[in-house]
Design a protein around this ligand. Sequence first.
Ligand SMILES: Nc1ncnc2c1ncn2[C@@H]1O[C@H](COP(=O)(O)OP(=O)(O)O)[C@@H](O)[C@H]1O
Ligand SMILES: C=C(OP(=O)(O)O)C(=O)O
Ligand SMILES: [K+]
Ligand SMILES: [Mg+2]
Length: 527
Amino acid sequence: MQGGQMIVEENTKLSSVLTPSKPSYIQSLTKIVGTLGPNSRSMEVIEACLKAGMSVARFDFSWLDGDYHQETLENLRMAMKNTKKLCAIMLDTTGPEMQVCNKTGNPIDFKADSHVTVTSDLSKELSAEVLPVDYAELAKMVRKGDTVYLGQHLFTGHETASVWLEVMETKGQDVICLVRNSATLAGSMFTVYVSNVPINLPTLTEHDKQVISKWGSRNNVDFISLSYACHGEDVKELREFLKKQNLSETQIYAKVETVEGLKHFDEILREADGIIFGRGNLGIDLPPEKVFLFQKYAVSKCNLMGKPVVITRVVDSMTGNLRPTRAEATDVANAVLDGADGIMLGAETLRGLYPVESITIVGKICAEAENVYNHSLHFKRIIRCVEEPMSYAESVASSAVRSAVKVKAALIVVFTSSGRAARLIAKYRPSVPVVAIVIPRLRANSLKWTLSGAAQVRQLLGVRGVYPILGSPDAATSGGEEPGLRLAIEHGRSVGLLKSNDRIVVFQKIGDSAVVKIVEVQGQLLV
Ligand SMILES: Nc1ncnc2c1ncn2[C@@H]1O[C@H](COP(=O)(O)OP(=O)(O)O)[C@@H](O)[C@H]1O
Ligand SMILES: C=C(OP(=O)(O)O)C(=O)O
Ligand SMILES: [K+]
Ligand SMILES: [Mg+2]
């Protein structure tokens, strides 16, 4: 393998900048998580989002109730049926978050250098001078000089969409603040965030537990995004809770978005199934010049562990514009070059004017970055860090990725039940798509038999480069290995990823051994 030491392939040609990329069935190997809300909840818009490349839908319970999200989810289900595109479901917890309710929905103008009283007295009316917040301990937790941010639900980095307040003094349950920038806040709810001051509530609140046990169970959610994860223990606690709710298959993505989370990043990563790198809040907790540094560390650690990592808040300005800023577009590409598995869109899809365009443009940027991503450098870095002796599966999975490069394969096919084998292949970041055939398993509890597989398929939709399909439970037993492989080839052909004489690399475990083989599309064995 070549590649050199640069983060992009050293043989990248300047002329490629001017060459338009060919459209492909796969918009990008990097996955796109879209937050669904008022501007992205109709079946038509969701269909367009799926076609544009959204493969995970986030339901943010910081805002509105289960009935509202249920309606959106029903639309998503119809949209999946109509487009024949799968999408995973992510429930995002509220966590210890403070909110201001704007009952009238009228926009509120804040003027720089004016004063505002933030109070926990909820009988007070909301205005540009008084902000009632749903947290009784607020005045006790802040001190003179602290910074309080106030923004629309999913506040963006735009100073015109969020307000920065400086604490002057506290009086009883009131906090008197100086308004630092002029802004107009619209919408029915504003989020309040005090930079670097932990709020005295558990990461998984009682409200979150209720939402998970009702909405999460009813819909068998694929992922929980655990907001404000601060310790490995937070993830463990949620895992225990999920078991009790009969949701033990649900994966946990810890949203690391505070300095507390940063301090305990390694233990959080150990416990979680994936990480959401929440730059919205982190961008407030950390000085702007430090965020990239944590991003590099976090993405690299996730890559080494082979756990998916999703970067948030990339194209904030697309909330109101058809094009991202130059800095945002470059930032998306850099997240891909860092090694991110996914990009999460928040305000852009939830309440932005251009949800579909935001997904499309992010997908295009990701695809361009993937084209020049230095896969071999990544491969070498990962393999250097795996302890020896390697597990057989890891050794063979990495060989599968290497073989795919050497024989210029068009696809890698992997058989998996839990999804583990597909993640192992993805860890080595192949430059070609990985079609994961998920073989369902029959499971029994004291009451009934169930087939696993559907959740594992959807969960792989969050892993860079992996395209899961559900195999048949008897593929492994009836007629040997061919039916499963045929399914992958037919799928690859039908979507234009494979043509005659293309080679594919197959990774599978048979009994206790893991094997790689190289197959030509006609079915003729080359090796
Ligand atoms: N060619 C094939 N066709 C159909 N099923 C296969 C084929 N190769 C392997 N399998 C089955 O796929 C499943 C993969 O599961 P497993 O090896 O446990 O992966 P993981 O550890 O990722 O869950 C096994 O049940 C295996 O028998
Ligand atoms: C994704 C983030 O948080 P939220 O869930 O509030 O959108 C973030 O802070 O980047
Ligand atoms: K949330
Ligand atoms: Mg956040």
